[in-house]
Design a protein. Structure first.
Length: 44
């Protein structure tokens, strides 16, 4: 079964691509990226 992703913000290290806490990503803006994940669309 696939893992569902939650909407919201996620931090990522720009060099390694690893996920990091958003708080740490905001502290190091030159080497990190804060991404926003969209809300999943409702299916009929």
């Amino acid at each position: 079964m696939s893992k569902k992703t939650s909407p919201g913000k996620i931090g990522r290290d720009a060099g390694t691509g690893r996920y990091i806490p958003v708080r740490e990503a905001e502290r190091r803006p030159s080497t990190t990226v804060v991404e926003t994940r969209p809300k999943p669309k409702k299916s009929k």
